[in-house]
Design a protein around this ligand. Structure first.
Ligand SMILES: [Fe+2]
Ligand SMILES: [Fe+2]
Length: 274
């Protein structure tokens, strides 16, 4: 069942947290549906594991032919691997960074994406969905090179993609975080390895502080809700060293590890010196 993040007479935002098999191989992921005036947009529709339930959930609000957009924060498999099925089952256009515009069609059969991909320039923009604008905010290198977040001024929700994610189950992802302190251990390892640099985090924080935000909702894990937790999140990012901040020549040595095909490579993902 989706979580209703926001609803008024003609606008609603839903979050699907548990469409991926619990305990399976695939990481927990959230998908989002914005409904406005008989149409809508799906944010980060995910892979094929999520398609059926998300499609059915959307159909309760408007006919699939009325879906306006698939909004992809970036081009990872957990974001957009179901593209072929969405292109087949709806008339929606894919909205994605211009730098991924010609790569995303590899997820679909030949011709399926023709005239149906909107490449967003680096500066982002505003896109009308129903009767309201959705903002496409630059979030490049967080973690993907061409990366957007989606701000909904009606609900005051910022959909942050892979920023702010926590490693949880689908059930835990439904519990809103209102104090960041106990939540940081669930976020820290991911951000240190998947975010590119502290410089980028600080630039993003400077932009995001200008927005009126009720809720930060990531693509994995739980929403960060309320002024206290959101300010804590900004402060945490401001001083977080990550990505290339933590890599030096030790990370670029010819390999010695023999990978066991039965068990995979066991050492944890971590930057050098940590
Ligand atoms: Fe990603
Ligand atoms: Fe992701």
């Amino acid at each position: 069942m989706p979580i209703e993040l926001y609803r008024d007479a003609d606008h609603a935002c839903f979050m699907f947290t548990d469409l991926i098999e619990e305990g399976g191989q695939a990481v927990q992921a959230n998908q989002f549906l914005i409904v406005d005036d008989g149409t809508g947009a799906i944010i980060d529709p995910g892979g094929n594991l999520a398609f059926n339930e998300l499609f059915l959930g959307m159909s309760k609000h408007f006919p699939p032919s009325k879906l306006s957009y698939l909004l992809a924060s970036h081009a990872d498999p957990d974001i957009i691997a179901s593209l072929d099925r969405w292109m087949t089952s709806t008339r929606a256009k894919l909205v994605i960074s211009r730098i991924w515009e010609r790569f995303a069609p590899h997820f679909a059969k030949v011709g399926k994406t023709e005239d149906r991909v909107i490449g967003v320039p680096d500066a982002g923009g505003k896109l009308r969905v129903g009767r309201h604008d959705l903002w496409l905010l630059p979030a490049h290198f967080m973690h993907s090179e061409g990366n957007f977040q989606f701000y909904d001024p009606v609900s005051r929700i910022l959909f942050t993609g892979d920023l702010g994610v926590s490693m949880t189950t689908g059930a835990q992802a439904q519990k809103q975080v209102t104090d960041l302190t106990p939540h940081i251990p669930l976020m820290e390892g991911f951000h240190r390895r998947y975010m590119v640099s502290n410089k980028v985090l600080r630039l993003w924080v400077r932009m995001a502080r200008q927005l009126d935000i009720a809720m930060l909702v990531p693509q994995h894990g739980a929403p960060i809700v309320g002024d206290k937790a959101i300010q804590q999140f900004f402060d945490w990012l401001d001083s977080l060293m990550c990505g290339i901040d933590l890599f030096d020549d030790r990370a670029y040595q010819l390999p010695t590890l023999q990978i066991d095909p039965q068990r995979g490579a066991q050492p944890a993902l971590r930057a050098v010196g940590r």
